[in-house]
Design a protein around this ligand. Structure first.
Ligand code: PMP
Length: 409
């Protein structure tokens, strides 16, 4: 027998992975990338990251840090210098004072969430997640042994959670409510006035904690006033984890720095999880994040203006297509458009568009445009477009979508 021949592996995944499927986003973008490699003209509108580059002063700070020997482990959950920069950011942007032991830094906001769920959930604990939602929330809850409780949020309510639905979803097993404003995938954001009734429900349920994901804080349009729940209701501060990061605001997705602010007991427990998984985040990325948070901030507004022009382009184009309608998002760089008017129609090759997954598949194969079906985010029939790409490509993509929609009978 040739010992080098490949033997089937006896690999068997752990039980905890059984609740986690392959993300629909990865499936769509994987197929689209393959079509592109084969020479097809495909536009991928699936990216969850700004197309801009990291600003030069931030890169310079990283290079300086490397040269100066900042190449060793730092304090476990963030260097004191970065924690100071994060505290200053919360003061400047959100009017919040946090102590150093109320701040944690991880390899991305995703790891902050992961640490929090691993540190707090026991089997059977429930986490309320309004849908449509960033799929990672439910998967992290499941990996941590908890049970995601999905609560649909209608387009009529701006894809926002209604206080009545929240109150109905709370049980004695509820540990957390997860909120994300502006939202991936809907772009919807909560104003202070829209947050208030939700926070009032939480005040009546002292055992429920709040995780707010503010990662898109700075990508907002039309003068929308971003606000974070702890700034609205200080009484929730002792059971809220406010999550943020540099990935989206400063085009730093690859640097992997996210942070959280919350009660010191929670922050300490999260550090225990981090201590036996990744240890400290990259020392070089931490130096870069200090520059991002404390350096000139005007790059944020410049890029926001550019995102807003693209949002307008995409929303207008989609709303002019019969069968498609698109609410105007307040922030982030996604539109979540309804394709309800096209469900039940037939493609030129005789396939019935039964749902948004079929529609997204049709757009990819017939028009060369990769979008993600809304069902991947827990709400159908919708599709998400990421407009973090050039205006020329967006124009082309919208024309292709319009032509493909017109060919449906
Ligand atoms: N939260 C939301 C809502 C996101 O869309 C993303 C990125 N896709 C993240 C968190 C993760 O950000 P990070 O790069 O900091 O892990």
């Amino acid at each position: 027998m040739n010992v080098l021949a490949k033997q089937p592996s006896p690999f068997k995944p752990a039980q905890r992975l059984s609740a986690i499927g392959v993300s629909e986003i990865l499936k769509v973008t994987g197929l689209a990338a393959q079509m592109k490699r084969e020479g097809q003209n495909v536009i991928i509108l699936g990216a969850g990251e700004p197309d801009f580059d990291t600003p030069e002063p931030i890169k310079d700070a990283a290079a300086r840090a490397m040269r100066d020997g900042a190449t060793k482990y730092t304090a476990l959950d963030g260097s004191p210098e970065l924690k100071a920069a994060i505290r200053a950011k919360f003061k400047r942007d959100n009017g919040l004072d946090f102590a150093q032991d109320e701040i944690t830094v991880s390899a991305g906001a995703k790891q902050v969430l992961f640490n929090a769920m691993m540190a707090t959930l026991d089997p059977g604990d429930e986490v309320i997640i309004p849908t449509p939602f960033w799929v990672t929330y439910a998967d992290i809850v499941a990996i941590a042994g908890g049970t995601p409780v999905l609560v649909p949020c209608s387009e009529a309510n701006g894809f926002r959670l209604s206080p009545e639905d929240l109150a109905r979803a709370i049980t004695p097993r509820t540990r957390w409510l997860m909120l994300n404003s502006p939202s991936n995938p809907s772009g919807a954001a909560y104003s202070e006035h829209q947050y208030r009734p939700i926070l009032d429900v939480l005040l009546k349920h002292p055992s429920v904690w709040l995780m707010v994901d503010d990662i898109y804080e700075h990508i907002i349009y039309d003068g929308f006033r971003f606000v974070t729940p702890v700034a609205i209701e200080p009484a929730l501060r002792n059971r809220t984890l406010t999550v943020n990061g540099v990935s989206k605001a400063y085009a730093m997705t690859g640097w992997r720095i996210g942070y959280g602010a919350g009660p010191s007991a929670l922050i300490k427990a999260m550090a225990v999880v981090q201590s036996q998984s990744t240890s400290c985040p990259s020392s070089i990325s931490q130096a870069a994040a200090i520059e991002a948070l404390t350096g000139p901030q005007d790059v944020i507004a410049d890029r926001c203006r550019s995102f807003q022009q693209r949002r307008d382009l995409v929303v207008d184009a989609l709303n002019s297509i019969e069968g498609i309608s698109c609410r105007v998002p307040e922030g982030a760089f996604y539109t979540f458009a309804s394709c309800a008017g096209l469900i039940g129609k037939t493609t030129p090759d005789g396939r019935v568009v039964e749902d948004d997954t079929v529609f997204a598949d049709y757009l990819l194969r017939a028009a060369g445009v990769a979008v993600v079906p809304g069902s991947a985010f827990g709400l159908a029939p919708y599709f998400r477009i990421s407009y973090a790409t050039s205006a020329a490509e967006l124009r082309d993509a919208c024309q292709r979508i319009a032509a493909a929609a017109a060919r449906l009978l």
